[in-house]
Write a protein that binds this ligand. Structure first.
Ligand code: IPE
Ligand code: IPE
Ligand code: MG
Length: 254
C-alpha cells in the first residue's frame, strides 16, 4: 500500500480528513467462501449459500448506513455453470427465492435493483422475475444494488466488441470514433460509475473474471473472512482501509 502523504498545512489537514471521511461511491464485492464456511460447520454446501444470502441482506443495510450509493455483488460467475448440476440447481433455487421474498423489502428501503450478466441462461421464470425487480425498483435512488449473475468480464467485453463491430458493418459507427468512454457505454455497466473499492472475502486474491474493464483503478481489498461471516464490522473495516488509501490514477503524488 502506498504511504499516505501527510498534509503540510492545517488547512490541508482538514481537507485531507474530509477526503478520508468520504465513503467510496461504489463498492463491489466478490462474495466468496460459502462452501468453506459450510464445510467448517459440518454442513452441506447449500447451507453455506443460504447463509451467504443472509450476509447479502446485512451488507445492503450496512452499505446504506455508511452512505455508499452503489454496491455490486458478484453472486454467480459465467464459470460457475461448471459446478455440479445439483449445486447449480441449489444456487438458482436460492436466487428464485431471494427475488420472490426480498424485492418488496428492498423496494421499501429505497433500493434500486439492477442485474448484469447473461440472464438468458436462467430459467424463463427467473428471467421474468429479474425484469420485474428492475422495473419495480426503477424509481428508487437511495442505494443502487447490482447483482452480477452469470457474469463474466471477458464475455461482457467481447459482447461490447460485437455490438461495435455490428454497428460499424452497418455503417452506423465510425471505428475511428471508438474511445474509452464510448466503449464503456456498450458494457452492461454503462449506467454505473466504476467501482472505487473491490472487496473479496475468503482470502483468495484474484478477480475471477469480475469487472475486468471497470476495475482499472479500483482499490482492491482481500479479507480473511468467509462470506457468510461478513458483517457490519468487516464493512466498517473496509471503509476505514479505503480511507487510508491514496488514489493517484497515474498522476504524480500530491
Ligand atoms: C461463493 O462461495 C459463492 C459462489 C461462487 C456461487 P463458493 O461456493 O465459491 O465457496 P468456496 O470458495 O467453495 O468456499
Ligand atoms: C468467484 O468465486 C465468483 C463468485 C463469488 C460469484 P469462485 O469461487 O467461483 O472463484 P474461483 O473459482 O475460486 O476463482
Ligand atoms: Mg469460491
Amino acid at each position: 500500500m502506498p504511504a499516505r502523504t501527510e498534509a503540510a498545512s492545517p488547512a490541508g489537514e482538514v481537507a485531507e480528513r474530509a477526503a478520508a471521511d468520504t465513503p467510496p461511491c461504489h463498492v463491489a464485492i466478490i462474495m466468496d467462501g460459502n462452501g468453506r464456511w459450510a464445510a467448517a460447520h459440518g454442513l452441506p454446501r447449500v447451507a453455506g449459500h443460504r447463509a451467504g444470502a443472509q450476509a447479502v441482506r446485512r451488507t445492503v443495510e450496512t452499505a446504506i448506513r455508511h452512505g455508499v450509493s452503489w454496491i455490486t455483488l458478484y453472486a454467480f460467475s459465467s464459470e460457475n455453470w461448471r459446478r455440479p448440476a445439483g449445486e447449480v440447481l441449489d444456487l438458482t433455487g436460492l436466487l428464485r427465492h431471494y427475488l420472490r421474498n426480498e424485492v418488496r423489502e428492498l423496494k421499501g428501503e429505497g433500493v434500486r435493483l439492477r442485474f448484469i450478466g447473461d440472464r438468458d441462461r436462467f430459467e424463463p421464470d427467473i428471467v421474468a422475475d429479474l425484469a420485474h425487480a428492475e422495473a419495480d425498483t426503477a424509481g428508487n435512488s437511495r442505494l443502487n444494488l447490482t447483482l452480477a449473475l452469470s457474469y463474466g468480464g471477458r464475455a461482457e467485453i467481447a459482447a461490447a466488441a460485437r455490438t461495435a463491430a455490428r454497428a460499424a458493418l452497418q455503417g452506423r459507427l465510425d471505428p475511428e470514433t471508438i474511445d474509452e468512454a464510448s466503449f464503456s457505454g456498450l458494457l452492461s455497466t454503462a449506467a454505473m460509475p466504476d467501482p472505487d473499492l473491490i472487496i473479496r472475502t475468503s482470502g483468495e486474491q484474484r478477480l475471477s473474471n469480475f469487472l475486468l474493464w471497470q476495475s482499472a483503478y479500483a482499490e482492491l481489498l482481500f479479507l480473511d473472512v468467509l462470506w457468510p461471516d461478513f458483517g457490519p464490522a468487516h464493512f466498517a473495516e473496509a471503509m476505514a482501509e479505503y480511507a487510508r488509501r491514496e488514489r493517484r490514477f497515474g498522476a504524480r503524488p500530491a
